[in-house]
Design a protein around this ligand. Structure first.
Ligand SMILES: Cc1ncc(COP(=O)(O)O)c(C=O)c1O
Length: 361
């Protein structure tokens, strides 16, 4: 609380505990853990994940993968289609020192990767992304996926290693039974597609799934080979709402200072959307003030976080007071800071560079 604000603070004790518990769940389930680094974008945290037993890393973008390879990691899945000569040239460089797998859902993307695989004499390992309900990317389960995989296995320069899905449609669902049913559907569709391919003599061994709200259910299901949770490392208020995190497992906070008390019930913080994003606005409990449930954040502008104090609780709040905020969606919040303060309990123990921030290409 002595830090100048706004500041991003990462509690390393909590991170280590989150990392260890996910690793031990994966180990107990016999599933490979390939954490998504889009949440932290920090090689130091990736190192903790690998040391705890992760088999490799997932990145969202080629630029994030470059940061991780530069830091010495050598087994990365880029869960995003790579398109165009510039990116393929950069991928070629990365492949000299690291195993890089890529996910895709089209012949167009596969064509560029196949050319690279042929040119380099080393086929590119690809996952075919299947849309199991999020309706973001992916071919539909069944015939559309079977058609695409059948074409890709005939394409020189490619190896189809498996099917991949992201259960992002679980994010609005806080009821565990409903999320579990969604996971049942996801895996039924993936495994049926895998089986149909096997009947055609096409062996796609790997099934890669995993978002933080669904990963514990997914790990317990038959047929999953790899999981890719990201948010679990820090957690946020959406994970609190889903019951997959507690206040004690929230490891990333933004410290802010009260800079104005324009009326008895209103307060203004020096952290707005440029520190917290506006993700989740309108969701009850979207940005929370840790340990102070008489304070609610109503809206954010770029530099201002505007909140309301429940006066009936009789707790004072003055200009100059500091508060600890739990982000609504932690991944893009981390992306807004160049550096985080690392703490253990109340003590500052160092700094963490967010080396992968802004690497959107
Ligand atoms: C393809 C993919 N895999 C895994 C994840 C990790 O999900 P979560 O952050 O919920 O753990 C994401 C998150 O956006 C994703 O897009």
């Amino acid at each position: 609380m002595d830090l100048d604000t706004p500041a991003l603070v990462i509690d390393l004790d909590r991170v280590e505990s989150n990392v260890a518990s996910m690793a031990s769940l994966a180990r107990a389930s016999g599933v490979r853990l390939r954490p998504h680094t889009k949440t932290h974008k920090m090689p130091e945290i990736a190192r903790l994940q690998i040391e705890a037993g992760a088999a490799g890393l997932t990145c969202a973008k080629l630029g994030e993968a470059e940061v991780m390879v530069e830091a010495g990691f050598d087994d990365i899945l880029i869960a995003f289609p790579l398109l165009g000569a510039d990116k393929l040239a950069r991928l070629e460089v990365l492949r000299r020192t690291a195993r890089i797998q890529v996910s895709l859902d089209s012949v167009e993307v596969a064509t560029g990767l196949a050319e690279l695989g042929v040119r380099s004499g080393q086929p590119v390992e690809v996952y075919v992304e299947v849309d199991t309900g999020q309706h973001r990317m992916g071919t539909a389960p069944g015939a559309p996926t079977i058609d695409l995989v059948s074409r890709l296995v005939e394409t020189p320069g490619l190896v189809v290693v498996g099917l991949l899905s992201h259960a992002g449609h679980s994010y609005p669902i806080s009821d565990h039974a409903q999320r579990s049913a969604l996971v049942d559907d996801e895996l039924r569709e993936l495994l049926a597609t895998q089986l149909a391919l096997a009947k055609l003599g096409i062996d796609v061994r790997e099934i890669s799934v995993g978002s933080t709200p669904t990963v514990r259910d997914e790990m317990s299901r038959r047929g999953v080979s790899e999981v890719r949770p990201g948010t679990y490392v820090f957690n946020d208020t959406l994970m609190l709402a889903h019951g997959v995190a507690t206040l004690e497992t929230c490891a990333a906070h933004v410290i802010a200072t009260v800079v104005s008390r324009p009326s008895p019930e209103r307060f203004v913080l020096d952290a707005g959307s440029k520190c917290l994003t506006s993700d989740g606005v309108g969701r009850p409990g979207w940005i929370q003030v840790a340990g102070r449930d008489e304070l609610t954040i109503e809206f954010v502008n770029e530099e201002h976080g505007v909140g309301r104090i429940d006066l009936s609780r009789g707790v004072p709040l003055s200009i100059g007071d500091k508060v600890l905020l739990i982000p609504s969606h932690v991944c893009p919040v981390i992306n807004l800071f160049e550096r985080a303060v690392a703490t253990r309990g109340d003590l500052v123990v160092g700094a963490l560079d967010v080396t992968g921030r802004g690497r959107v290409r």
